[in-house]
Write a protein that binds this ligand. Structure first.
Ligand code: FMN
Ligand code: SF4
Length: 517
């Protein structure tokens, strides 16, 4: 008998010892002379349980975690007996945190071997492309429009409309670019897809290429993601070998190929036009719009640029149809959102669910409150440019419009939790500092205003003429919001003003108690 085990090779799992666990399992198996097959998968996204080890049983996979190398000897013994062990979590799919999710985009993540095209196909992969090839370009763009899919990178622009614009722009060369810069604080969903289910991204980009008439694609990955780079490159090579990339994609008349490009580490290079400059080999500088990238993008050619999650959601839209996908969600936010729970949170990880769940459910119920055990005081949603929400706004549903109505944004779906030791005046200052450090420098409100903003907040914190300086800060935020060329300067007021609006006491009192006190 061969024991079949699944151990993640995802960077988050590796960071807490998955490699050492896999090695220790190998040693223990050799000592016991037991045949063990270890399949390296992506992560299921239950990060507080990593390294999570799963074993194949006739009734499905059973999970154990978090496993350390010193647990492996006894764990192997248990697996060879009745399976009882103190780290046993039960059938993986029955773990409540996973069972409550609706995994459409992440259906295969943590399940398949990310480097095996055969495994991808065995789990429904490439059915979307098959349908796209038989439907034809116009029908594909229309299907994506009808699905209601909106860009998951932050702005929430309808993906199908973007594709239609590129499709209708006549040009001898067009491109498909995947934005895998994933710079938002507390976000890791793009990384998980690239490391856990890379073929879904390749399939989504290929479908986009067919829809718009592009022959070449790039995946722009941040340099901090070496595992993603390696997995994507291996998957691209496998897709090429199997005729799913290159000339005559899947025996069709279409040609499309993809290459990986690694960014140099600037937050602003996640902004689409700046990313295109970087891809062209220049310093990442934001371009004025118009022209839109859809008309004049990479090397001056019409370009589809989408986030990893947007592309990765397309195969299921094409496979199951627009109506299936659109059926999930609320209002104008259709389908599911891979939400990332991070910061000071007990159960951090990837939670994919239909739009409409409330912030309170996510933080208190699913996240289990703070890891420190202290009360939750604030959460920042949507990355470093997102607003800080107090508990009073926890009834806000996860929905683009509902968050906008409360001066917030859902961005790339990252939620960073803070307990009651947080000093919100310091967080406001940090937002200005972040903007000052990351500004591309093209426009004055952001380049100069962010540094002036730090100085004003410093004066408020030190108690210097508070009322006048608060008025000045509000005025400065107004200028940043309406005078900046891109959302880095334009949205920095969100964290600053939300901190000031919802936590004014932190701007008016001596510094708050620190965690150790
Ligand atoms: C400062 C800044 C940083 C951004 N960083 C990212 C990023 O890391 N990943 C991403 O997908 N979009 C990022 N965006 C949004 C992109 O400009 C763009 O809207 C997105 O790539 C479009 O893809 P989507 O429609 O699929 O979301 C950023 C925007 C700004 C202003
Ligand atoms: S807002 Fe900031 S990052 Fe954006 S273009 Fe202006 S200077 Fe550059």
């Amino acid at each position: 008998m061969t024991l079949r085990l699944f151990i993640p090779i995802d960077a988050g799992a590796l960071a807490v010892g998955a490699e050492e666990v896999a090695a220790a399992v190998g040693v223990a198996a050799a000592r016991r002379k037991v045949a063990v097959e270890i399949v390296r998968t992506g992560s299921r996204g239950l990060y507080w349980l990593e390294p999570l080890v799963e074993v194949e049983t006739p009734a499905g996979r059973v999970a154990y975690g978090p496993v350390t190398p010193s647990d492996t000897e006894a764990l192997l013994g248990a697996l060879l007996a009745d399976g009882a062990h103190k780290l046993r979590l039960g059938p993986t799919e029955e773990i409540p945190w996973l069972k409550r999710q609706t995994r459409l985009t992440f259906a295969r993540c943590g399940v398949v071997d990310p480097r095996s095209l055969a495994d991808y196909r065995a789990h429904g992969g490439y059915k979307g492309l098959e349908r796209a090839l038989s439907a034809g370009p116009e029908a594909v763009a229309e299907e994506v429009v009808q699905s209601g899919l909106r860009g998951r990178g932050g702005a929430g622009f309808p993906t199908g409309i973007k594709w239609r614009t590129v499709a209708q722009t006549r040009a001898p060369q067009k491109y498909v670019v995947c934005n895998a810069d994933e710079g938002d604080s507390g976000t890791f969903a793009d990384r998980m897809i690239m490391e856990g289910d890379p073929f879904v991204l390749i399939e989504g980009m290929t479908i986009a290429a067919i829809a718009v008439g592009a022959t070449k694609g790039y995946v722009y990955i941040r340099s901090e993601y070496p595992h993603s780079v390696a997995t994507m490159e291996a998957a691209i090579a496998a897709a090429r070998r199997e005729g799913l990339l290159g000339k005559g994609v899947a025996d069709s008349a279409y040609t499309f190929d993809v290459e990986v490009r690694v960014g140099a580490g600037a937050y602003v290079c996640g902004e689409e036009t700046s990313l295109l400059d970087s891809l062209e080999g220049k310093r990442g500088l934001v371009r004025a719009k118009p022209p839109l990238p859809a008309h004049k993008g990479l090397f001056g050619c019409p370009t589809v640029i989408n986030n990893v999650l947007s592309f990765a959601s397309v195969p299921i839209v094409m496979d199951k149809g627009a109506a299936f996908y659109r059926d999930f969600g609320m209002g104008k936010s259709r389908g599911t959102m891979p939400i990332q729970l991070a910061g000071n949170i007990k159960h951090g990880g990837l939670f994919e669910t239909a739009f409409g769940i409330t912030l309170g459910e996510l933080v208190d119920d699913i996240g289990g409150g703070t890891r420190s055990g202290r009360p939750v005081r604030a959460v920042q949603v949507g990355g470093p440019l997102g607003a800080y929400f107090p508990r009073a706004l926890f009834d806000t549903p996860f929905d683009y419009e509902a968050f906008a109505a409360r001066d917030g944004l859902i961005g790339h779906g990252g939620i960073v939790v803070f307990d009651d030791t947080v000093d919100m005046a310091k967080q406001a200052r940090f937002a200005m500092e972040f903007c000052a450090i990351e500004s591309c420098g093209k426009c004055t409100p952001c380049r100069v205003g962010s540094t002036r903003g730090m100085e004003v907040i410093d004066r408020i914190i030190s108690g210097e003429n508070r009322p006048a300086n608060i008025t000045l800060l509000e005025d400065l935020c107004h200028t940043l919001k309406f005078g900046s060329l891109c959302a880095l300067g334009g949205f920095t007021p969100y964290p600053v003003m939300s901190a000031l609006t919802h936590f004014p006491e932190d701007f008016a009192a001596p510094p708050r108690l620190q965690a150790a006190e």
